[in-house]
Every structure is written in C-alpha cells, then in structure tokens.
Write a protein that binds this ligand. Sequence first.
Ligand SMILES: [Zn+2]
Length: 313
Amino acid sequence: MARVLMVFVDGLGLGEAGDFNPLVTVPTPGFRSCLSGAPLTLEQAGFREEGALLLPLEATLGVKGPPQSATGQAALLTGENGAALLGRHLKGFPNRPLRELLQEKGLFKRLKDRGHQVDFANAFRPPFFEALDRGASFFSCTTTAAYYAGLSFHTLEDAEEGQALYADITHENLREQGYPLKVISPREAAGRLARLAAAQDFTLFEYFLTDLAAHSGDPKKIQEALTRLDGFVGALVRLLPPDTLLLLTSDHGNIEDMRARGHTLNPVPALVRGPGAEHFQEMAAITDVTPALLTYLARGQSGLGGGRAVVPR
Ligand SMILES: [Zn+2]
C-alpha cells in the first residue's frame, strides 16, 4: 500500500543558479542530498535516480502576469486551472468561484470519497477556530479544501502532543506570537511528520514562511526560512518509511530570485522521492499534481503494484 506525504511550500520556484538565488547562496545540505550534491535550481530539472525525480512544473497557468497563491493553490489542489477560470491570477485566499471549485474538486474530498484516510497535518491557533465557529469563509485554499472534505483541524494541543505540526515547523514563530509551545528542531519535526504520515494514505503539510520571507526582502529572514525548510526536508527523506512517497511542490516562485520581491515566472519544483516515483514523471504543470496523486493512490489501493489491468480468471 503506497502512502503519500505532500509538502506544500509557498513561493519556492525552480530558478537559474546565480548569486541572486538563495537556494545556491544559503547552505542547503538537505535539498542537495536529494540531488547528488547539486542545489535545487533549474539546472537540475529532469534529475532522476532510482525512486527519485525532480521535475519543473509550469506555474503561470497560461495567464498573463505573475502567478499568485489563491489561483496557484487551487490549481495544485484540484487539478483545474483556476486562473483561466477567473481570467486572472488571484492573490491570497480563494474567492467564491475558487471556493466552489475546491468544494467540488478538492483533492482531500476526492481521496476521502474513494475511501482513503487523509490528514491535513498543520496545527491551527485558537483564533482560527473562533473564525470557523463564526462561520467565516476567508481561509487559504488548503484550509478551504480540508474544510469541504469535512476533515478535522488540528489544534495547538495536538501539536504539543506530537499529533500535528505548526506551519513554522519549529514553533519559534508561534512562541513569538505568545503561544508557549516547546521549540522542536527541524529534524524532530520531520520525525513527527514521518510518523503521522505512516498512519494515513495521504497527508498534507503546508509551509509558507518561504513566501513571507521572500516578500520581506530581508536576507536574514530568507536564510532562516530556507535553512529551517532544508533541515526538515533533509531529515524527512531519511526518516520516511519505505512505503511512503514524498512529493514536495509549490504554487509559484519567489524565494529563488532575490532581484525582485514579488512572485517570479519560474516553474516550481516537484521533488518526488519514494516507491513508484516514476509514476509522476509526466507532470508538467501544477494542474497535473492532483490527477497524478489520485491515480498513484488508486494504484496502491487496488494492490496491483504496477498499475496494469488484471483480467480476473
Ligand atoms: Zn506571495
């Protein structure tokens, strides 16, 4: 039975190597360990070895202007081109047409409807639950997709007990906001997520400090956001059980090019590692992620291994 851990990283593009690219200038031993020592840049697109791939995914969706989070994440989580639907890229949180798309075609819901066990591993602060109770509908795409799938959202108590992970990976930003959770290392966080993913068919974890840091233009914040992610990813690939596939991807570029503070037109990486990674080799755009995940997990569910049709005798 194949399992999937999807790590969604906001604002991580696959850009050219150069002194403007923090994926080159900041030490990233974790990413490099996945790429035979090379940095996570456009030059490595097409990298493959046994059970591992790095693909460039087109993120502009054929719509003019820099890609944005609401349309990009909706594309990732539904397989539908939300930007073409709206005729533009939409920042931040989904509007009504995108919410309807997530309600109808969201990845969590479709997996659940097919009998898969799914979990959105992120923990949320109390204000989120207060907003939910008030009937607010202004949330990110991932949250909206989880909501329409009827998933239960994890609390900070869950994070404290090791049953969820806060979006900052280490709890450091959470502590700055006045929530006194114990700080954990990126390696501990990876071990926790690996354990949580082993209990599900599909687990999603979302990290967005990369996009926030890149928008700030502050080299220290950029280095911190990348170093934390890199330590986490490096540990994850060592700690994930052999039956669990890691798929790390993004909605649009940003942090890979410090010559500008906004989103880039670069493709985003799809870093795939684990059993049957080659199943994902045809992906070319962020709209291809959901269809590929659905067929990959269906294959595991049927127990057919290679995904070939078997004629019953
Ligand atoms: Zn952004």
